[in-house]
Design a protein around this ligand. Sequence first.
Ligand code: T1G
Length: 692
Amino acid sequence: MSPVSSAPHGAVTVITVDNPPVNALSQAVREGLATAVAEAETDAACKALVITCAGRTFIAGADIKEFGKPPMAPYLPDLVNRIEACEKPVIAAIHGTALGGGFEVAMGCHYRIAAKSAAVGLPEVNLGLLPGASGTQRLPRLTGVATALDMMLTGKPVKAPAALASGAIDEISAGEDLVADALEFAQECIERGPRRIRDLTVPETDAAVFDETRKKIAPRTRGLMSPEKIIRAVELVTELSFDAGCAAEREFFIECMASPQSAGLRHAFFAERAVNKVPGIGRETPVRELHSVAVIGAGTMGAGIAYNCLTSGMNVTLLDNSDEGLERGAGTIRKLYAGGVERGKISEADRDSGLARFATSQDYADIADVDIVIEAVFENMAIKKEVFAALDKALKPGAVLATNTSTLSIDEIASATGRPQDVIGLHFFSPAHIMRLLEIVRGADTSDEIIATSLALAKRLRKIGVVVGNCFGFVGNRMLYSYGRENQLLLLEGAAPEYIDKTLYDWGMAMGPNAVGDLAGLDVGYKIRQERTDLPDDPRFYRVADMLAAQGRFGQKTGKGMYIYADGSRKPTPDPEVQAMIEAESERLGIERREIDEQEIIERCIYGLVVEGARILEDGIAMRSSDIDVVWTNGYGFPRHRGGPMHYADSVGLDKVYERVCEFEERFGSTYWEPPALLKDLAESGGKFADT
Ligand code: T1G
């Protein structure tokens, strides 16, 4: 049964694509469209064609699931040209989002009408690609070069009113019935006849725009391949004929499609959608309604979480045991709102309604009726258990009891209550209102209803919620220990902090580990290590960080950490005093310092992540290796175009990773580098983490 059907409406043939969930351009859809257009073209009674889609959206692009497989005819560029060649006017009737190949199909049509709420876009750059079915040649002819470049380089969809203003679409459907309005519009188009974008003149373009754009985007497209291909393809619009431009675009597309970067970004795309699939949790799992929340602890994290909940429409009470603390927290929230209004992200009305839903308190009785509480007090077990015991007494039955702990046992915290089934870890990342990751930590007794409720809350807070198991540091921070450990050891063995940071930054990390430590505050990790009783018996373990923290060098917040931050600036400057301190400590520990190359730094830090990731999979703390990738690309600045640590290891080849890990075990001992059985087995069987 073809996912494409046709029906006559008077002199107009309406062609409908019905390929849930997002009408992706699978082979069957491409074939169905080509056939339907050919049949309508030879149907004497048909004077015009309308292409529309069933379900929630117009075509959302090529079928990404077909990527990497042998391409099958009809090929998308040919289909788009086939639609354009039709002798009768073809109108695209767009609702939801016309994206990528879907928008290219619409630009193959002669006219585009859209529902008021619709949007159009070319987001291929998010997949390490560029439009590959003439989008780079068609859109500039409609909107001009600048708008086209912006749409393709940001990958952001453009809403119908702006799309109309830019020329990307021709009409906005006035009524609620898009197809009815498209049929009416078709009458007009029959008069006008086909209008082919390939024949449109390219609007006047200042050639300088291309290099200006290159400069402008360089900081945020560091290391990425496809943005330059997009700019070059659009530049060719001003140099070549339409078909020659399309041929060049195709070449660029094939090159990008074959790149590890696109493979990494496509992996990230599906990995972020897979996190919602939690065994045992389905549409039938009850979800509790969450209208009101109390956030305990008015520190930086507490205030950020409260703001995030306010901007998602919840009633929020911030509770703290000190007036100053509450005033500071409330001040932070007011500042965040002011900044949002200033940057045009939030309207004054939204700010006012948000602040109207905000309250502060020092009394648990004031929060007895909240639907959920999120505790964000100091990272200390005794304090957290005291808070949870008080919450257990104060809160109504059925309230969700969540903790924002970043390392501590959910089960032990839950043991302070009589309702462990309602206790869950909701680990936000700083800044809480910006970072998209939310680790949802399941305790031994946490009910499915609470998991389902937390996944729904994550969506509402515009977060990517990843369900993980309970252990020290869960997924993210547990792995961070291995990554940070290798950094600390490399410092003692001879690599300067700025050299390590530059190496990992150039490799793609958002920031080097030493700069991250100074940003997060060296006191945070120091206090957590002080409380731990299970650290390895190794005098080198986090030695440099401990020495700096013991001297009160906490990083940016004290103007000194691993680096110096002159006059409150965020720019790290290497400190010769620190270098001398490290060298003296190497000598004291009997470590012979040596030249260390970039490859060793990258492999020790990144394979340290991979080895701990494999242990996490063995322990069942993560359900899928792709969940680990989502945690690291959304919470720890791991380069998205490398897909995440586990995908990266798969792309290198687990046999090579295993071989290197065995070498490290040989050189540095098995305490840190004993290869996990999972890695060994997969390496020997030619398997991938993605297969587990
Ligand atoms: N191909 C295959 N599956 C897709 C898909 C696609 N293009 N888009 C979405 N899905 C699946 C997704 O995996 C999920 O599956 C379900 O649909 C719902 O998605 C030549 C080459 C459209 C805005 O980049 O941005 O065209 O998890 O959870 O939040 O130039 O999906 O349920 O099994 O995201 O409502 C360009 C990608 C492709 C758009 C809807 N297009 N999609 O968001 O639902 S490249 C894109 C999205 C291209 C040409 C090139 C979003 C959405 P499952 P969802 P949503």
